[in-house]
Design a protein around this ligand. Sequence first.
Ligand code: GRF
Length: 198
Amino acid sequence: MTRIAVLASGEGSNFEALVNASREGILEGQIVGLITNRKGIPALDRAQRLNIPYAAITPKSFSQRSEWDSQVLKTLQEWKTEWVVLAGFLTLIGPQVLEAYRDRVVNIHPALLPKFGGDGMYGSRVHDAVVSSGANETGITVHLVSAEYDRGRILAQYKIPVQPGESASSVASRVRELEHRYYPRVLNDLVRGRINTD
Ligand code: GRF
């Protein structure tokens, strides 16, 4: 079984969807641990409830960003991680992790990149921007992670229409359903070599 670690900063609903998909055999991989960049967040409660090992590694407890990066890498290696999966992780991944896991770090974004992405575009801000732009469709993007926010190679996208007059919160909840359904399936294709990352 491919060993997958998840990184999250908040709610962790995608993390839980990935754990469930792994247990149901939809994702042929094992979720070996959760790393967060904050303490006291719901994602950590979910890890505890789901019996998944976890580590809160907060950047502010290190004097240099490179020390945080190496602690994240050390933890991933202790878990014998093969793929690193970001699910709402709001800190830029450091160069040591990117080097050790070249083309093996994946993220999901709740819109159709390259639109509505980049630094500061996360959570409700994304859906507010989609609705106020008048876009008639939105969706999700699974992409490789690079040194810049939301700029790595796009691996898969799924779309839904935005209804006329639809609120950002309605769009957000429909996009969230799409994420829970498709993120595990795209990861399954990736770890089984059905999606080329070159
Ligand atoms: C998701 O919308 C994901 O696309 C984005 O952050 C959100 C995380 O949600 N990167 P959750 O913490 O998994 O509930």
